[in-house]
Write a protein of this length. Structure first.
Length: 151
């Protein structure tokens, strides 16, 4: 069981600052794709709206209703999301998952900064919330690509 001191360390000033300043906050009007994901353990949700052109994200919006860790993760992703491909999103998602669950390295460029969430490794009930924004974005990007291919 985590002590109160451990929880205070987990919610560092950097995490709280990220959570307070999420880039691309809000929904888009008429997006090509929209995906809502929910973390079943904690109830956190992230809704992602986006547009894609030539395989990269050109417009992005996110509605984040999550704990500070999920919000910080959404902020890190949002800071680098415009111009990213599905392969880059999926690579970052997989690296973040490995960082949390297997002690792997944090995602690399262009998705820098996720190492701030490494203390959350010991809090499995927070992993789903931390992964939500990247998972929703990967799904939305795949959805937009399918819609474009069918058009």
């Amino acid at each position: 069981m985590a002590s109160d001191t451990d929880l205070i360390k987990l919610y560092s000033g950097r995490i709280l600052a990220l959570a307070a300043d999420i880039p691309h906050r809000g929904r888009l009007e008429n997006p090509q794709a929209s995906v809502k994901k929910r973390a079943p353990l904690c109830g956190s949700t992230v809704t992602v709206d986006l547009d894609v052109e030539d395989g990269v994200i050109t417009r992005f919006g996110q509605d984040v209703k999550a704990c500070a860790l999920g919000q910080a993760s959404a902020a890190l992703m949002g800071a680098h999301i415009i111009g990213r491909s599905r392969a880059e999103i999926e690579t970052a998602r997989d690296a973040l998952r490995a960082m949390l669950k297997e002690g792997g390295d944090a995602p690399g460029a262009p998705f820098m900064g996720y190492e701030v969430l490494s203390p959350a490794r010991d809090y499995r009930n927070r992993h789903a919330s931390i992964l939500l924004s990247l998972e929703a974005t990967a799904e939305a990007l795949a959805e937009a690509e399918r819609a474009t291919a069918c058009a």
